[in-house]
Design a protein around this ligand. Structure first.
Ligand SMILES: [Fe+2]
Length: 282
């Protein structure tokens, strides 16, 4: 199975920009690249913060772009999202028995579990897994087939990353999530968004991947406090392949427009500047 991860699209109503960027224009390029490059993916998953302020118009703009994807889309919510506006535009999105945007999908290659960590009751952007959502997670972890990897997706990390402000708005009750995992089953991989940086590692033995945002990024800054330092570093999406129990993740810098050349090309190797490289490999 192959799939693509996008996250933190932070859409605003059509025609508006955010931090000087146009999320719709940027997603349009990602969609074109994905359609042209990944003809055999099972789905594209967007792991939350679909909209920045949560207006219905922002979700309508997002729907227009996602509707151009050839592959099916799985949508998740993040701290910037508004559940009612999202539902109004995406009535067919996942919905569990309690109305949360979460689901377990069992495929031949892997089990995909998506969690809803949005807490609309608190304005600070931290995430939560309430009792109903923890119960959903427990049911998923205990009922999923054990003969294939279980991939867990959630917007908020349950642990500290070292990015000071972001650590104050992580999943507020990560220990409760851990208790469920500890008494049931460790996911084989944990995929998240929220931090707007590419980060990988392990959490209590579980390998994790945090996807860089589609829009603005969070700075590589471990000193800033009291606010989130932002940048315009280039975005990417990830292309993931799951086969024979193995998980391989590639990052695609879809905005890259620099030179492409063969590393074996002697003319390219001899170039002493980017201009010369372009001239020699034309
Ligand atoms: Fe975000």
């Amino acid at each position: 199975m192959k799939f693509v991860i996008l996250t933190d699209t932070h859409f605003v109503p059509a025609g508006r920009k955010l931090y000087g960027l146009d999320p719709a224009a940027r997603l349009a390029i990602a969609v074109d690249t994905i359609n042209a490059t990944h003809r055999d993916i099972a789905f594209v998953i967007v792991t939350g913060d679909l909209a920045h302020w949560g207006e219905q118009g922002a979700y309508e703009s997002l729907a227009a772009q996602l509707g151009r994807l050839d592959a099916p889309v799985i949508l998740m919510l993040g701290n910037h999202d508004k559940r009612d506006a999202f539902r109004a535009v995406f009535p067919q999105a996942d919905r569990d028995d309690h109305g949360f945007v979460q689901k377990m999908r069992v495929t031949d290659a892997a089990t995909i579990v998506t969690m809803d960590t949005l807490n609309e009751d608190t304005p600070d952007h931290a995430g939560i897994l309430c009792g109903a959502r923890l119960k959903f997670l427990e049911n998923a972890l205990t009922s999923a087939p054990t003969d294939r990897p279980l991939l867990l997706f959630q917007h908020h990390p349950p642990f500290d990353s070292g990015l000071r402000y972001m650590d104050t708005i992580k999943l507020a009750n990560g220990e409760d999530e851990w208790k469920v995992i500890a008494r049931t089953r460790k996911p084989d991989y944990l995929f998240m968004g929220h931090l707007h940086r590419p980060i990988a590692g392990t959490w209590r033995g579980i390998p994790f991947h945090i996807q860089r945002a589609l829009t603005h990024q969070v700075a590589f800054d471990f000193e800033a406090q009291g606010h989130i330092p932002g940048t315009h570093e280039a975005p990417d999406y990830s292309f993931v392949s799951v086969a024979d129990g193995n998980v391989v993740i590639h990052h695609c810098s879809f905005l890259y427009d620099g030179p492409n050349f063969s590393l074996h090309d002697a003319e390219a190797q001899a170039a002493q500047s980017l201009e010369e490289l372009s001239r020699r490999t034309d």
